[in-house]
Ligand binder design. Structure first.
Ligand code: NAI
Length: 461
């Protein structure tokens, strides 16, 4: 029986980051992972492969729509098998990178599915291992809808959508959340006729409403259709095609749509089954997440949970930050995650990024705030890249000018947001960003101008 300071269950961005940080701090660490490769959903069937396909198809759109405008004549032709090959290569580079980091940090990979059999004991296959601390980082899986049976061929989750044998002529997407819009964009760019069916009356629930409206308008311009306020009732497959039935909430009228492929993108649920033996009584919340305290401890002594299995947004970077904080706590340090400053990004074109409070949340709180907005159309660099659609919006306290939130739709939004995250982490005022010299010409200047708009006003508007 091997003995470790820490056994982490799951090698996704929560688990592998926790393991590496703990090893850096001198702990003897093992990670149990049953999949053939390390990296979890994010690296194998999530963030990384979807970004590879988004990059490839964005390049295709650039070639089709913007190259001629720049005096470049190219006729791109899609080799779908080649594109999937590129995606698989990117996955391989990333997962083998984690294997290299495990070796470098002397982390033992326990290959197999793990079960906590008693406090301090983890069974993987036939062997039981001893650990002072155990971290559950088993992640999440796509949740499905009643009446919609996933076969990963015609009716698919994000996993199947990343590996379709051929590009569907028609694609129906259930759910206008992050996955629906990102993968819907991939196939729309590849020529599929994409229809997104969403239960709510707006896309991307929880997002700043002005950004959501702008994103919907721009995606519609790219050929994606939206049916909002529609509750999907069920789906059936016949002759390789799916028929999806839905009810419009406003009048209860019933409708059907047929498609070569249906993507179910209605959220994810935590994976907890089989992780801890029944008699241990691992406590779950009503939503099926593992109940933890502020220090990530579960009700079983010495057992902790991080990432998608516990509360909070199901985001890789939130899981990684929890992994780092927990590793540091287990090594005797003080650490915490600032949940008020977790950015979120949607990798559509244009990208969307946000951090902090939305205007709607501030209104609901009755907080006095001011808005500084700047359109990318006023940014020289963005215009040169045919990326003038969108804007930066900074929300600041009306009295103190302290930044409360930032919402960006436009080029490189997912990179730009971090300037504001750092500023907010330091409790900055909008004027602090406005008075910081920004290189010209960069799209970052749009962030500075939005900060200026919280004060006397931007220069280029
Ligand atoms: P989501 O929670 O973002 O969106 C699901 C959507 O489906 C919601 O708009 C919801 O109203 C709708 N819906 C639910 N039931 C429905 C029904 N019966 N009929 C029609 N619409 C229905 O979930 P999604 O997109 O599946 O993503 C799962 C998780 O993965 C999220 O937490 C997301 O943040 C994360 N993720 C993050 C990415 C990123 O950071 N770029 C990329 C992909 C996923």
């Amino acid at each position: 029986m091997a003995e470790f300071d820490l056994i982490v269950i799951g090698a996704g961005p929560g688990g592998y980051v926790c393991a590496i940080r703990a090893a850096q701090l001198g702990l003897k660490v093992a990670v149990a992972e049953g999949s053939e490769t390390l990296g979890g959903t994010c690296l194998n069937v999530g963030c990384i492969p979807s970004k590879a396909l988004l990059h490839a198809t964005h390049s295709l759109r650039e070639a089709e729509e913007n190259f001629a405008k720049m005096g470049l004549s190219v006729k791109p032709k899609v080799d779908w098998a080649g594109m999937r090959g590129y995606k698989d290569e990117v996955i391989g580079q990333n997962t083998s990178g984690i294997e290299f980091l495990f070796k470098k940090n002397k982390i033992t990979w326990l290959k197999g599915w793990a079960e906590i059999v008693a406090a301090g004991q983890v069974r993987v296959g036939e062997e039981t291992h001893q650990a002072k601390s155990i971290v559950i980082a088993s992640g999440s899986e796509p949740s499905t809808l009643p009446g919609v049976e996933v076969d990963e061929k015609v009716i698919v989750t994000s996993t199947g959508a990343l590996a379709l044998a051929k590009i569907p002529a028609t694609l129906a997407v259930i759910g206008a959340g992050v996955i629906g819009l990102e993968l819907g964009s991939v196939y729309a760019r590849l020529g599929s006729k994409v229809t997104v069916i969403e239960y709510l009356d707006t896309i991307t629930p929880g997002m700043d409403a002005e950004i959501a409206r702008t994103l919907q308008r721009l995606l519609k311009r790219q050929g994606i259709d939206f049916t909002l306020g529609a509750a999907v009732q069920g789906a059936s497959v016949k002759g390789g095609k799916a028929t999806l039935s839905y009810k419009l909430r406003k009048d209860d009228s019933e409708h059907e749509i047929t498609a070569d492929c249906v993507l179910v993108a209605t959220g994810r649920r935590p994976v907890t089954a089989g992780v801890a033996a029944g008699p241990l009584g691992l406590k779950l919340t009503e939503r099926g997440q593992i109940e933890t305290d502020a220090g990530f401890a579960t009700n079983i002594p010495g057992v902790y949970a991080i990432g998608d299995v516990r509360e909070g947004p199901m985001l890789a970077h939130k899981a990684s930050d929890e992994g780092v904080a927990l590793a540091e706590i287990l090594a005797g340090h003080k650490a915490a995650v600032n949940y008020d400053l977790i950015p979120s990004v949607i990798y559509t074109t244009p990208e969307v990024a946000s951090v902090g409070k939305t205007q709607e949340a501030l209104k609901a709180e009755g907080r006095a705030y001011k808005t500084g907005k700047f359109n990318f159309m006023g940014n020289g660099r963005a215009k040169a890249m045919f990326a003038g659609d969108g804007f930066v919006k900074i929300l600041a306290d009306k009295e103190t000018d302290r930044i409360l939130g930032c919402h960006i739709i436009g080029p490189s939004a997912g990179e730009l947001i971090h300037e504001v995250c750092v500023a907010m982490e330091f409790g900055a005022a909008a004027e602090d960003i406005a008075r910081t010299c920004h290189a010209h010409p960069t799209v970052s200047e749009a962030v500075r101008e939005a900060a200026m708009a919280c004060g006397d006003g931007p220069i280029h508007a």
